[in-house]
Design a protein around this ligand. Sequence first.
Ligand code: DC
Length: 195
Amino acid sequence: MIVTIDGPAGVGKSTVGRLLAERLRIAFLDTGALYRAVALAAQWAGLDPRDQAVVEAWLTRIDLEVSLRGGRFAVLLEGREVEPFIRNEQIGSLASQFSALAPVRRFLLETQQNAARLGDLVAEGRDMGTVVFPRAEAKFFLTATDQARAHRRWLQLREQGQEADEAAVLAELRQRDQRDESRALSPCVPAPDAV
Ligand code: DC
């Protein structure tokens, strides 16, 4: 069984997805973490999202994998968990920029579909119900106002001890949504059969 949850930044996809996966006793896949991991590795490599050809060649050498650990998929770069390094606004914004590139989406499509071969899962992201798992048994699309989402994000950042200005978080979130919703490839839109 595959359950998909899509929606814009800060809407609560991970919170809901994690709880749902726990309740159903199946795995949880946060695909934003994969895009964030690519962005982090690209930053380490000094790459610019405008250089698509360079990024495409570099992707053949990236060592990225997902590993099922205690009910959740961990994302590993060169064998190391990326989680501690990817939860900040800078990587979120970079992930959004790299995620618009065709080679990046092609590369991660395979990674995501391979994860589903390991068993049932709840998958959250932007294009789970539309592109990655079009035949999923249950599809959801979450929405909330920009202000509510920015406020959640701001609270999360504060909890992590990061200094953040709520108005700046709101501006960054709107810019990211605009990019994720208007891009040509796999834009963040509800699948026709999503609740
Ligand atoms: O959900 P998130 O904030 O961790 O995602 C970071 C960025 O990755 C998001 O702005 C767009 C991109 N993304 C995507 O294009 N497709 C997905 N399925 C998940 C994330």
